[in-house]
Ligand binder design. Structure first.
Ligand SMILES: NC(=O)c1ccc[n+]([C@@H]2O[C@H](COP(=O)([O-])OP(=O)(O)OC[C@H]3O[C@@H](n4cnc5c(N)ncnc54)[C@H](OP(=O)(O)O)[C@@H]3O)[C@@H](O)[C@H]2O)c1
Length: 333
């Protein structure tokens, strides 16, 4: 199968390129598409140097799968063009996630819908969820199947790589002593700080990232407003790897041993031998799995379960989830 990456020079694009190197279904090196800013840049792939090209109307001819990681506006523009050219788009941006014709997929949770629908979707686009949503969904889905989740409360501690390569460069500069400038990507100084505001502020006082978690979690789990989700999303001065403190309230009382069992058996989830143990962002950075630790039933409320959920936002939160979707489309998963 033939593929391309739109946004190949970015953090997610480079990560997807590395993951594609060992896909057996790839029949040719991926086409690397970027804006005019980095056209001509070279990226390594299977021992070769591939040259990035500026995306244009003819970029998608003859392709089977196109992985998008160029941001919302390019996705909205190029998504329908790539789909009309016959490619199946897998999009990392938020542009299409809540579109009714666009499946929002975490393969371990609802990948079956792609297997049963065949290799194309109605609009030709499949959306990858938000990075925090994916890891939260991976921890909540097995608990939902076993105990029926009716409420999710979460506080995220999100790495700066989640904001792309410019955000990462800015934190590195601040760590080296630079003062934030007026055009900073962060609303407050990021070094040695924690900032409870990711994305634009909404009319109700929440921030954009927090609404995404609720809406997307419901769509992935196939739930409606009956699932109450509250989220406080914070940016912390971690280079890579998101953490989340998650509390779920279930219909049935939660049995700790059974909760650990369903989590341990869920594909893509890891738990420690001692459920009170935990992983950190540094330990999970570079790994595909989602780690669930600090697993405990609240003594005052046997329906409430607490978890500490950690994952690499560039891998399971973006590139790995997208490549897993591509594997399903290629009939390899
Ligand atoms: N970072 C994460 O952890 C994460 C997780 C989940 C989802 N996402 C989503 O994935 C997307 C990419 O994120 P990122 O972190 O990789 O960002 P990034 O490091 O800033 O990279 C952005 C990429 O998009 C390209 N691009 C920007 N505008 C373009 C345009 N108009 N036409 C063509 N290409 C364009 C850039 O190419 P140039 O070099 O030519 O500018 C670059 O390759 C975003 O939508 C983001 O929300 C990111």
């Amino acid at each position: 199968m033939k593929t391309a990456i739109l946004g190949a020079s970015g953090l997610v694009g480079r990560t997807m390129l590395k993951l594609l190197a060992d896909r057996q279904w790839l029949s040719a090196p991926p086409r690397l598409l970027v804006s005019g800013r980095s056209a001509g840049a070279k990226l390594p792939f299977r021992g070769e140097q591939l040259v990035c090209a500026e995306v244009g109307p003819d970029s998608f001819a003859g392709l089977d799968i196109v992985l998008f990681s160029a941001g919302g506006a390019p996705s909205r523009h190029w998504g329908p063009i790539a789909a009309a050219a016959g490619a199946q788009v897998v999009d990392n941006s938020s542009a299409w996630r809540m579109d009714a014709d666009t499946p929002l997929v975490v393969p371990e949770i609802n990948g079956q819908m792609l297997r049963s629908a065949g290799p194309t979707t109605p609009g030709g686009i499949i959306a990858n969820p938000n990075c925090s949503t994916i890891q939260i969904a991976m921890a909540v889905a097995p608990i939902d199947r076993a105990f029926g989740v009716r409420e999710v409360q979460v506080t995220t501690l999100q790495a700066v790589s989640g904001g792309g390569q410019a955000a990462l460069a800015e934190l590195k500069a601040q760590n080296a002593g630079s003062e934030p400038t007026a055009d900073s990507l962060f609303p407050r100084p990021m070094a040695h700080n924690a900032v409870p505001a990711i994305g634009a502020r909404e009319a109700d006082g929440s921030y954009e990232e927090e609404g995404k978690v609720g809406r997307e979690l419901r769509k992935i789990l196939g739930r409606g407003a009956d699932l109450e989700v509250s989220c406080t999303a914070t940016r912390v001065p971690v280079y890579n790897g998101h953490s989340a403190a998650v509390r779920v309230v279930c219909e049935k009382p939660v049995v700790q041993g059974l909760a650990c069992g369903v989590l341990a058996q869920w594909p893509g989830v890891e738990i420690a031998r001692d459920p009170h143990e935990y992983a950190t962002a540094r330990e999970m950075s570079g790994r595909n799995a989602v780690h669930v630790g600090r697993i405990r039933v609240l003594p005052e409320n046997p329906h409430a379960l607490l978890m500490w959920v950690v994952s690499d936002n560039l891998l399971k939160g973006a590139a790995w989830n997208a490549v897993q979707i591509a594997d399903v489309l290629a009939g390899q998963n």
